[in-house]
Design a protein around this ligand. Structure first.
Ligand code: GLA
Length: 378
């Protein structure tokens, strides 16, 4: 029988395997060429928050994905006061060190998160055993010890710090936190001054949620101006951007312009888009039960319907169009997580739902939104 080499090759199983391998290699090569971080390299950094679990597991595929798509990382939890320190004040460095080692090894821009926050910090930092507040001088001392120790340890490795997180409350006044009640604005001024003294090259940011909205933006601007009048070394403004499908994206454009007019670089620090029914605006009677799980509040357990996936893609697309338009004012856009399976929004504000807020699905494959963002750069 006269048979060509090609036909022969096609007939042999071994060669089929070899061809499949070559095909896979080619596909892998093609896919490594066009990560988001490369597509946006002339615009701003593209970041992701990484959990301590991701760093520990060292899943090669996930690590490859992180390296392909992102050039900046933020620790999801491991640098928060409550994670770094035992009740007696002693330090737990393991996860934070592992995070910094990971970023160093993979040459990623790293953001420290966070030096001053009212959450994930024990009451004992602020209170005596009898429940009364410690003095302002004592809290300032604890703050100094905390910030000095951690910023020194990672000096020159972390490029930026979320110095203070969420100091403006939902009523658009200064948040009535323990920090603020004891120290007032000095809580913020000291935090920035301390970080700057220790690492003068670090980019120092104020970070908050909902601060793209007009009222909170105004309150934030007033706060920043007060800090600036006192010569506080603040360089960047973080909009967390935990948003929803119905978020008014125009607010971001107005906020980018307003924050940038203060001389600050703008960052989107914790971007994700919640696709599940919101429980925040339920009738008053229901607000106290907003954390209660009900099946109708978790409609996409079996998968995200195509039309919602499309809505998500559109929402990301319209946000990124604004970001690209103002790329000269924006340093970085960081997603709060890599893939849907590990997003905090599966458990917030209701535990155990199935949410789809990120660009990668539960199999770590890119979603429609991902391709839409790549298309914006083609
Ligand atoms: C806030 C904090 C983050 C994180 C998210 C939810 O936005 O800044 O550290 O806790 O909430 O995960």
């Amino acid at each position: 029988m006269n048979i060509s080499r090609r036909q022969l090759l096609a007939l042999t199983g071994a060669t089929t395997t070899a061809m499949a391998a070559a095909k896979l290699q080619a596909a892998e090569k093609a896919s490594t060429a066009t990560g988001l971080k490369d597509a946006y390299k002339d615009d701003f950094l593209i970041g992701a928050a990484l959990s301590a679990t991701i760093i520990k597991q060292q899943d090669p595929k996930l690590i490859a994905l992180v390296n392909k798509e992102f050039n900046s990382i933020t620790p999801e939890n491991c640098m928060k006061w409550g994670e770094m320190r035992n009740e007696d004040g002693s330090w737990k460095w393991q996860d934070a060190d592992a995070f910094v080692d990971f970023g160093t090894k993979h040459k990623l821009h790293m953001v420290g998160h966070t030096l001053g926050w009212h959450s994930q910090i024990p009451d004992s930092v602020f209170k005596n055993k009898d429940g009364t507040y410690i003095s302002k001088a004592e809290l300032a001392k604890r703050q100094k010890e905390h910030i000095t120790t951690i910023v020194s340890r990672y000096k020159g490795k972390l490029a930026a710090w979320d110095v203070v997180n969420e100091a403006v409350g939902d009523d658009n006044k200064m948040r009535d936190s323990h920090w603020y009640k004891i120290m007032g604005d000095d809580f913020l001024v000291n935090a920035f001054n301390l970080a700057h003294e220790i690492d003068p090259n670090a980019h120092l940011m104020y970070n908050d949620y909902n601060n793209e909205r007009p009222e909170k933006r105004q309150a934030t601007i007033e706060m920043i101006k007060r800090l600036q009048q006192r010569g506080t070394p603040i360089h960047g403004l973080g909009m967390q951007a935990h948003i929803g499908l119905e978020t008014n994206m125009q607010d971001f454009e107005d906020s980018i312009l307003a924050y940038s007019a203060l001389g600050l670089k703008v960052h989107l620090t914790e971007l994700d888009i919640d696709v599940l029914p919101s429980v925040w605006n339920l009738p008053v009677a229901e607000i106290s039960t907003r954390f209660e799980y009900k099946p109708e509040r978790d409609p996409y357990i079996k998968g995200l319907p195509k039309e919602i996936d499309e809505k998500l893609a559109k929402a990301y697309e319209s946000l990124f169009k604004i970001l690209l338009k103002h790329r000269d004012k924006i340093d970085r856009v960081t997603f709060w997580g890599v893939s849907d399976d590990a997003s905090w929004l599966n458990d917030f504000p209701i535990k155990g739902r199935t949410n789809y807020p990120l660009l990668f699905n539960r199999q770590h494959e890119p979603k429609a939104a991902y391709f839409r963002l790549l298309d914006l750069k083609r």
